[in-house]
Design a protein around this ligand. Structure first.
Ligand code: PAD
Ligand code: ZN
Length: 360
């Protein structure tokens, strides 16, 4: 089958190959024919090493498709079901799943079954990005990593929910818990940032300010509910228009850059909340002085996969989409073939797009 393979971390391009084989379906496995997969900035981040994972691997983690086979012990899905891929599956038994009710933070399957090298190409075994590997015609996932959806939902819409949409909407609703009437600043107008903007609109924010260095994105942000949009250099002055000059109630960083993480923290008022959604490198540092935490009493919170529980939150997002409260089709600005994946990755690096979906 066809797949797009990252040969080595640091490579600019993926290798397109059609000789990839997938392991046989084992106990608790679900084989999925990927029909649609979005390109997320995290794909680029695995390529350049910002998100560490050993190559060679099949890239891609934001996907949806149709179940083609299930292994022994699988009860929740069957052949023919339409599913969304969940790249951070819960084991249902660890302290995060049970004691803390935080299934998104469970790593049992991520560091276990998801990391197996399930693909084979030219006699070499290949891993899968965060265990998903959706830039392939078929992949193999543990049962908790697939969520069944209604068949009338277009699979290209469903594929976006798999990462960017759930991450952005979830960061606002589940992590930052934005309150009605509040003022929010969102850094980054990519797939995650646009989803955060839409999440703010759902949460009833009174002001939603979008920030992006690409001027073309400022108009895009308004289409999805931003009440204002500005370039990064305009943030410092704009901040003075909120809370009598004190700043925003909430900031969401959806870029993954230490400078904008710091700018997001600075943009919120005393007692406000700064939520970091973007993923930076292990060696990149964000500076805080040792006084400001006391004096400003701000909350600084990370957000992993929108603090979601895929079992209910994927459906919550799709219910909002059905009700016309979330525009998911409008986020797709390009549809590509797998053969065009390198062009798609380049457009993400250039910050040109909200989301591109590969049709397999
Ligand atoms: P994207 O590349 O589609 O969008 C990023 C946007 O930021 C683009 O519009 C850029 O123009 C803009 N931008 C880049 N640098 C700057 C800058 N210095 N100042 C202002 N604007 C800038 O990315 P995405 O939306 O796919 O992902 C955004 C981040 O979220 C990225 O770091 C990704 O890895 C992360 C992510 N986190 C999770 C999670 O669980 N926390 C999940 C998925 C993605
Ligand atoms: Zn992603």
């Amino acid at each position: 089958m066809k797949a797009a393979v990252l040969r080595s971390v640091g490579d600019e391009n993926l290798e397109l190959t059609d000789d990839v084989e997938l392991d046989a379906v084992g106990p608790n496995d679900v084989e999925v024919r990927i029909t649609h997969t979005g390109i997320c900035h995290s794909d680029v981040s695995v390529m350049n090493g910002t998100i560490p994972q050993e190559a060679p691997l099949v890239l891609g983690h934001e996907g949806a498709g149709v179940v083609t086979a299930v292994g022994e012990g699988v009860t929740k899905v069957a052949e023919g079901d339409h599913v969304i891929v969940g790249w951070s599956p819960h084991c249902g038994e660890c302290i995060y799943c049970v004691n803390h009710k935080r299934p998104n933070l469970c790593t049992t399957l991520n560091f276990g079954v998801m990391l197996r090298k399930k693909f084979l190409s030219g006699g070499e075994r290949l891993g899968a990005m965060v265990g998903a590997g959706t830039f392939a015609e078929r992949t193999l996932l543990p049962e908790p990593a697939v969520i069944k959806i209604d068949k009338d939902i277009p699979l290209e819409v469903a594929s976006l929910v798999s990462c960017g949409v759930m991450t952005g909407v979830g960061a606002v609703i589940n992590t930052a818990k934005v309150e009605p009437g509040s003022s929010v600043i969102v850094f980054g107008v990519g797939g995650v940032g646009v989803s955060a903007i839409q999440g703010c609109r759902l949460a009833g924010a009174s002001a939603i300010v979008a920030v992006d260095r690409n001027p073309a994105k400022l108009e895009v942000a308004k289409r999805f509910g931003a009440t204002m949009s500005v370039l990064p250099e305009e943030v410092r002055d704009l901040r003075k228009q909120f809370n009598s000059g004190e700043g925003f109630d909430y900031a969401l960083e959806c870029i993954g850059n230490p400078k904008t993480m710091r700018a997001a923290f600075s943009a919120v008022r005393r007692g406000g909340t700064c939520c970091i959604v973007g993923v930076g490198g292990l060696d990149e540092k964000v500076e805080f002085n040792a006084f400001e935490f006391f004096w400003m009493e701000k909350t600084l919170v990370g957000s992993f996969f929108g603090s979601c529980d895929v079992r209910c939150d994927f459906h919550r997002v799709l219910t909002l989409w059905r009700a016309g409260r979330l525009d998911l089709e409008g986020m797709i600005d390009r549809r590509l073939r797998l053969e065009d994946v390198n062009e798609g990755l380049e457009a993400v690096r250039a910050g040109e797009v909200v989301r591109q979906v590969i049709e397999l």
